[in-house]
Design a protein around this ligand. Structure first.
Ligand code: AMP
Ligand code: MG
Length: 292
């Protein structure tokens, strides 16, 4: 997993998904991986805290993948590292009538992160060149122009909004998808997730592969890269997403703001209050069991 940069799609790469093994573990065991993940989630929380304090730039995380690829699970297991006060998740479903009466980015833009925030998209504007293409919901001359529009949109988010964009394609095998559908069938807690369309979409597997290959080839830019995440093993998926997020945040040169007050003066006032006997007495051994 150290070498996760090789899963980054470079601009100009022509992606063929069969070259990427969805079952990849990079020789790391689950036990090792879970230990590393723990540390990464802690780092993620600290970095997000700094981003929030800095209030100068945002992070947009896009999650895409076929049904059952683990978009929800990634949010549950990786985004938990972050404070919900500065992290918003938006799940994009079938567009409403009103949304369809606008351009495809209209419903997306309001959910881009504000300065200081992290926004997570569970599905995204990419559905408009995926499901929309596979199901011929708009003609080819409409969807084929969208790659360039998406690249421009993501450039705008960066240039005007100070937003860093990072995108994950959760790559699972067809066999793993079937296994996950089976688990949903067997587990009463998960049966609600079963959708009629899931099996219909499965029949269009090859069309989706082609549509995803074009997305990854056309829209992985310097300013908004795609990562192809081996996702048959959930712990590998979590580890890789967490690592990329930590590295991305580290690369953002986050500078928490300097205090706006005169610390000398505040400190003097503080010490005076203590000297005046306003503080709680600190009796040794009595302040264990910190609360709050
Ligand atoms: P789920 O993510 O399982 O809750 O399902 C959401 C459904 O909404 C999926 O079947 C998506 O393909 C569909 N969906 C999301 N965005 C769009 C879109 N722009 N056009 C058509 N269907 C969409
Ligand atoms: Mg679904």
């Amino acid at each position: 997993m150290e070498d996760f940069q090789r899963f980054r799609v470079r601009p100009g790469d022509k992606v063929k998904l069969h070259r990427y093994d969805p079952g990849e573990t990079e020789g790391v065991s689950k036990e090792e991986g879970d230990g590393v993940l723990h540390g990464l989630l802690e780092a993620l929380g600290k970095l997000q805290y700094r981003l929030y304090a800095e209030h100068r730039q945002g992070l947009l995380v896009v999650l895409q993948g076929i049904d059952g690829s683990g978009k929800d699970g990634t949010i549950r297991h990786v985004m938990t590292g972050m404070n919900p006060a500065g992290c918003m998740v938006t799940s994009f479903k079938q567009p409403t009538k009103l949304e369809l009466d606008h351009d495809f980015l209209w419903r997306v833009h309001p959910h881009a992160p504000a300065k200081g925030d992290v926004a997570v998209f569970n599905r995204s504007h990419y559905e408009d060149v995926l499901v929309v293409r596979v199901h011929h919901l708009v003609p080819k001359d409409v969807w084929s122009k969208r790659y360039a529009l998406i690249n421009e949109f993501e450039r705008l988010l960066r240039a005007e909004g100070g937003t860093t964009v990072v995108k994950f394609f959760l790559h699972i095998s067809k066999a793993e998808q079937l296994q996950r559908f089976e688990q949903r069938l067997e587990d009463p807690e998960r049966q609600w997730k079963i959708a009629e369309e899931d099996y219909k979409e499965r029949e269009r597997w090859d069309d989706y592969v082609e549509a995803y290959e074009d997305v990854l080839t056309e829209t992985s830019t310097e300013h908004a890269p795609w990562y192809i995440v081996p996702a048959d093993k959930k712990w590998v998926r979590n580890l890789m997403v967490a690592r990329v997020l930590v590295e991305t945040l580290k690369s953002m040169d986050i500078q928490p703001p300097k205090p706006t007050v005169d610390l000398h003066r505040i400190r003097a006032a503080f010490h005076k209050a203590i000297a005046d006997g306003e503080g709680k007495p600190r009796v040794k051994g009595k302040r264990k069991g910190k609360k709050g």
